[in-house]
Design a protein around this ligand. Sequence first.
Ligand code: GCB
Length: 599
Amino acid sequence: LVIYSVFLHVTHAEAQAQNEQRLPEPLIQNVSGRDTVSLDGQWTYIIDPYENGYYNHRYEPHTHGYFKNAKMTSPSQLLEYNFDTADKITVPGDWNTQEDHLYLYEGTVWYNKNFTFKKQRDQNYLLYFGAVNYKAIVYVNGNKVGEHEGGFTSFNFDITQHLKDGDNFVTVKVDNRRERDQVPTVNTDWWNYGGITRSVSIVSVPQSYLSDYRIQLSPDKGNTIKGTIVLAGPADHKGNVAISIPELGVRETVKVNKSSTTTFSFTANPALWSPDTPKLYDVEISYNGETIHDRIGFRTIETQGEDILLNGQSIFLKGISIHEESPLTSGRAWSEEDARTLLQCAKELGCNFVRLAHYPHNEHMLRVADEMGLMVWSEIPVYWTVLFDNQMVYRKAEQQLAEMIHRDINRASVIMWSMANETPSTDARLTFISSLIKQARQLDSTRLITAAMDTQSSTKNGILIDDPLASEVDIIGVNSYCGWYVSEASKCSGLKWESKYQKPIIMSELGAGALQGLHGESNERWTEEFQASVYIHNLEMVDNMSALRGLSPWILKDFRSPRRPLKHIQDFWNRKGLVSEKGIRKKAWYVLRDYYETK
Ligand code: GCB
């Protein structure tokens, strides 16, 4: 499994101007378990709505753009930017909630950070970004080292040849403009937070290094741990990879030859990971002088008819949907503390499952979910109406899918990959998502595939799940807003659901909006009573769905959305949270919590 950061958006002119050919680089896994130098903290930034630091007045790429970080060397010199006197911004973090004038900004912002460095002999250095929304062009000491598209996945570039002993600087052109041919496309229901939204670090690796590994319980043999190791780097691959799991008495040596991928398997009897006993094992993997630390849980996941089996046992997924928004700072969430607060909130609701909507969340979320025993639905932002008949768009979606799977392949919590949310039932979309599914299964045959669908048909007394996409997935996700966008709450309990497919169903969304603290009758929209009533009736409804194996109502916490302008009620917040943006519980919280207590 080797995933490459693809340079999707280099125009001919750009390529000429930069005049460079770079080989794609393997994506590195588990950066927190390696030797790193953090570049988090204060950076300086320049807002550049006209991309003046990139293009000249003929709209050709500059050879001396802002990435050169030029300094005045004589009093007569004309220089119209200066990172040394520019304003400061914190990385990681979105720009929208750090500066009032950036709240609604969409466009280019240049980031710069000065740092000192000391190189070690025979080491290679990878500059790693947890995520940059949406497009990043990265320079080290004025030299372009690569670019990346996609706002929620990690990427890295080998910067060894550009890094010096002593003073260095890294410059990033970040552009969060929404475009029709992007993934996601222009139209979503969440805030388009721009910036370097996750951590940045320099990872030190040997000349031949382990870029990627997977270690998991064999799906078919209970007492076997199987794995793959992938090597990368400029030097030849040779020697041994040592894998140790001290608590299991495992000390395995895997011989590598020149080829970059080696598989292995060994006997072991780990205690299985589950929400009740989220057992994780310390794992150490050593190769060529580098030792990588991880904590890995072992479990199996499969479906059988309409059942979902965790470690061979049928389970019901008591879930909640979550956006990656901080309960602490009210911007994009990125920290371990954010992850703990959000997931603890889900635990208090009685959840054993979270749907991380609608894009890959930061790695802390998955690691904390591993620890807390929360099963995870992880998704790529193929949302609503991306350009399904466009090959380039497909490649962008596939790249994000590969990057998501690659990063979290060793997380026991992740039990399913979601390909899409609420896409229209057309032929082009079916082809597009079916290809994604094929790709996902190739990259990871050990997890389940799902997609959230809102394309059911009406029947005389209910709803029929008949979307052809449902025949492609392992678990059918259904988004349905009975009592909010359609019908009335009291009519929902009687709705009869049928499915053409013998597969487990998850009600991946249901819900209603309420302004926390607003009270009234249960038929008064925006009151907590209205929301609670929608929940009461929908929970009665889902109890009659025979193939239902879980739910993840919409949503844990109110979240920012430009689609929600209603003054004094929404004020640009989607109010379907069970808790307010400040974390205060609404009535519907207790309805769902009580329901989960009975399950
Ligand atoms: C949906 C979408 C979700 C929206 C939600 C809503 O169906 O999947 O992203 O935020 O409805 O509030 O309308």
